[in-house]
Every structure is written in C-alpha cells, then in structure tokens.
Design a protein around this ligand. Sequence first.
Ligand SMILES: Cc1ncc(COP(=O)(O)O)c(C=O)c1O
Length: 368
Amino acid sequence: MDFIDLKSQYRALKREVDERIQRVLDHGQYILGPEIGELEQKLAAHVGARHCVTVASGTEALLIALMALDIKPGDEVITTPFTFIATAEMIVLLGAKAVLVDAEEDTANIDASKIAAAITPRTRAIMPVSLYGQPADMDQINAVAARHGIPVIEDAAQSFGATYKGRRSCALSAIGCTSFFPSKPLGCYGDGGAIFTDDAALAQAMREIRVHGQSGRYNDTRIGVGGRMDSMQCAVVLAKLGRFDWELERRRALGRRYDELLAPLAPRVRPIKVRPDRTSVYAQYTVRATDRARLEQELKRRGIPTAVHYPLSLHQQPAYAAQYRGQSFPVSEKLAREVISLPMSADLRESDQDAIVAAIGQSLRVAA
Ligand SMILES: Cc1ncc(COP(=O)(O)O)c(C=O)c1O
C-alpha cells in the first residue's frame, strides 16, 4: 500500500498527461510557453480570484508574495509554529521576524483568537497556514488584519480546492499561495506553485519578481528571483484538472469515512477536526494519538505506511531555536508529539481504508 497513491492516478490520466507533455515537446517552449497562461486562467477561475501567477514551487510562492509586499529586515510577520518549515523560512530569509502564535488543538490551525495580542507597530503581514487541507479561520484573521491595515497571505500549499464558508482556499485573503508538489492534492511531476490575488498591482509585481524583477526584457526595475514554473509542469497540472473535482469529492468522502470508522477508537486516536463551515481536501489525513511511537511501530509492522507532519514545532527546530529561546507554544508542542498521518489519496480503496483502521484497532489492543 502506498502512503499516497500517485501511480493509480497516472494510470487513470495517462492519455491526457502523455498528450499534454507531447504537446510541450512539439512546440519546444519549455519556459513561459502557452501552458502558463492557460493554466493561470483556469486556476484563477477555479479558485475565484482575479489573478493567478504560477511560480516554481510553494516555497517560491511565499517568497514572491512576501517580496511583493516589500517585507524587509526589521519587519514582523505573524504565523504559526506548527507548519512545514517553508512558511517561516521565507519570512526569515528576507530578514524579517516570524512572530509565532500558537495553534488550536482540535484543528491544528493557527488560533485566530490569539493573533491580535501578537500585533506590534512592526507587524507587516499575517500568514496563516491552511494545515492538512483545511482553511484556517480566515474571516476572524482578516478582521484582525483589517483593523490594523495589514495584508493576509494564506499559505494554502496544502489546501488547494478546500472551501471556507462556500469560498475557495487561495481566494480568502489579499494573497493565497499554493504548491503543486507531487504529493499535494493537485500536484505536478516536479516542483510548482501558484499565487492568487484580486489586486492587479500586486499581481504585476509578482509577475516581475518571478523573472528577476524585469518589467521588460533585460529591464530590471526591482529585485526579483528566478521563480518560474516550467511549461512541462503546467502541462501536467492542466491534464490533472479534468479529474480534480472528482478527486476532491472522493477525498472528502474518504476523510468523512475515516472519521466514522475511527470514532470508536477515541480518545486514544482522535482525528483532526474539520469545522462545519469549511471543507478539507485532506492533503494529509491526520489523527492525534496518545501513544504515537507505539502506533507508528505497530502499523509499520502490519505494512501500513504513515508519516508525521510535523515532529517538531518551528521554534524547536535547531536552526530556529535560538530566536525563540524562552518562548513556548504548548499546543503546537503537544500536536508535534501526537500527530500521525494515515494513507490518503483519491485512489485509496475503501477495502484498504478498512484494513488501515482494523490495523489501528489491533495496534491499540497490543499496546493496551
Ligand atoms: C504548509 C506548506 N507551506 C509551504 C510548502 C512549500 O511548498 P513546496 O514544497 O512546493 O516548495 C509546503 C509544502 O510542502 C507546505 O506544506
């Protein structure tokens, strides 16, 4: 059993993917070919944002978004300590400070009620993460931000396709950034990402930053990066779009089914909660386990692959610990000790899901 089954997905989409890739080989415009504009248009429509700028990765999306907002040394950006490292890494890379606000225990997303207390005169942006595929509480976050005139960047690397009060992730705030890393709900076959905004000036700035700050050929009017997504990767995402809505529905159904099957195993295993006003795309299907190490070991013995997202909070990572000495984020630290992700993809079979849950039940009995 695969943790994420990309092989079945490719088998189902082989004709579309192969044709799309062949088309790129035929026209030979590997960088900024016609696939870029086509994908940006389709993604913007899917999300409900005015502008989409494809970029080299989710990490690059965050960097370019922060650069477009002119985040610089001395600035502060509020984010969560319980995320993939790239979120804070890009803030720190620009010389700014990542100010951390603890997570909420049941959803593992940033605790929006604690953000206001972290705002200072140096706060320049708030960057919530829509972790595991479920949007953070974006209305509450946008309201705090609006009171202080601060933009919100949603790190939607894991949540493309999710909804919040009927609106799509990536179009829930001033800027939304996503990733097309192969294992993401909408993935390519290498690195890729996209940024969304309704603001034409920001979109233009991001387009320029993506190509070394060029506003015209060899006319570098701002500092930029080499941050383009290539035509081949755009072609792969385009091929996958035809099946994506079906995949979203399937992921949601499998997520709900996991919740139901696992319910009798509480409190030793408790799924991350999805709030009733949002949907998750389950980039990861994650549970909290009171004895994670034992569960991990027992599942491995039974041939069930698992992963831990994430074993350490940002402030516990060696490269960052010195900056946060003396600070603690108890909820994030607890989540880092307890979370474990189970196999999840649109092509996961119900029979495999039953076997996974049965193996969890057996593992708990062994550990009792
Ligand atoms: C929350 C979060 N932010 C940022 C990223 C970075 O995306 P990428 O791997 O495409 O650079 C990821 C991807 O792993 C992520 O999960």
